[in-house]
Design a protein around this ligand. Structure first.
Ligand code: Z5A
Length: 215
């Protein structure tokens, strides 16, 4: 692990893909290798950004317009990036983040139909050149993911969209992964939790040259 700079890792996928489950396994891998890290999520991750999350995902009488949703995602991201993610990386602490800007391309771009160029403009404004070092994309057919999420219950405002919306979201994630294979690792998330964990861990150990695996 010598000479490995602190990594900014993001986890992406449609609902119920298993990101949160695999995030725990990833953190265990970092723990056994003695790597310092923080866990965080988007939208949210700081008290202020979590307030924006509540606005974004809660239901109210007035649903936000697509542009409003887009701007709030980036407002939360600006706060999160500047007050939590960048300071951690600067202190050589790894960052494991459940969703980031790929989710904006997938949900607001693919799902809602916001032009990609608008998202690129906001990405540049908020992030400059900063992008994740590594993204784990958990790819699962939408019906399987939604079924898992349904069984967990408590669907939020965005989770209540129709199946076509999530098909567009998944397609956009797949396009991102195809365009950027150096950053994005695609994992087949249809397999059971243990197999998915094993596959993820072996890909990561190879990439980072880690010696110890959990368990
Ligand atoms: N959003 C956006 O629109 N734009 C943006 O820029 C950003 C976000 C950043 C919040 O996401 C919402 O914000 C999200 C996108 C939007 N909305 N939607 N819809 P979130 O990440 O906080 O919430 P989520 O995507 O809805 O997470 P999730 O449904 O919890 O999915 P998950 O984390 O991928 O799954 P999980 O919690 O690990 O697993 C779900 C269930 O499946 C659970 O019971 C597990 O035990 C089970 N599971 C997990 N893996 C497996 C496998 N491999 N086999 C069988 N069962 C499994």
């Amino acid at each position: 692990m010598r000479n490995q700079k602190a990594q900014f890792i993001t986890l992406e996928g449609v609902e119920g893909a298993g990101k949160s489950t695999q995030k725990d396994a990833l953190c265990e891998l970092l723990d056994v290798n003695g790597i310092r890290y923080i866990e965080t999520r988007e939208p949210g991750g700081t008290p202020y950004a979590e307030n924006i999350r509540a606005l974004l995902l809660g239901s109210s009488d007035e649903a936000p317009q697509a542009k409003t949703e887009l701007l709030l995602m980036f407002a939360a991201r600006a706060q999160h990036l500047e007050t939590k993610i960048l300071p951690a990386l600067k202190r050589d602490i790894w960052v494991v983040c459940d969703r980031f800007t790929d989710a904006t391309y997938a949900y607001q771009g693919g799902g809602r139909g916001i032009p990609r160029g608008w998202i690129q403009t906001l990405e540049k404004l908020v992030q400059g050149e900063r992008v994740p070092d590594l993204t784990l994309f958990f790819d699962v057919p939408v019906e399987i993911g939604l079924d898992r999420a349904d069984r967990r219950g408590n669907l939020d405002r965005i989770e209540s969209e129709d199946i076509e919306f999530f098909e567009r979201v998944r397609r956009t994630y797949q396009e991102i992964a195809t365009r950027d294979p150096g950053r994005v690792i695609t994992l087949d998330a249809t397999v059971n939790i243990e197999r998915l964990t094993q596959e993820m861990i072996s890909r990561l150990m190879g990439r980072w040259g880690l010696k110890c695996r959990p368990g």
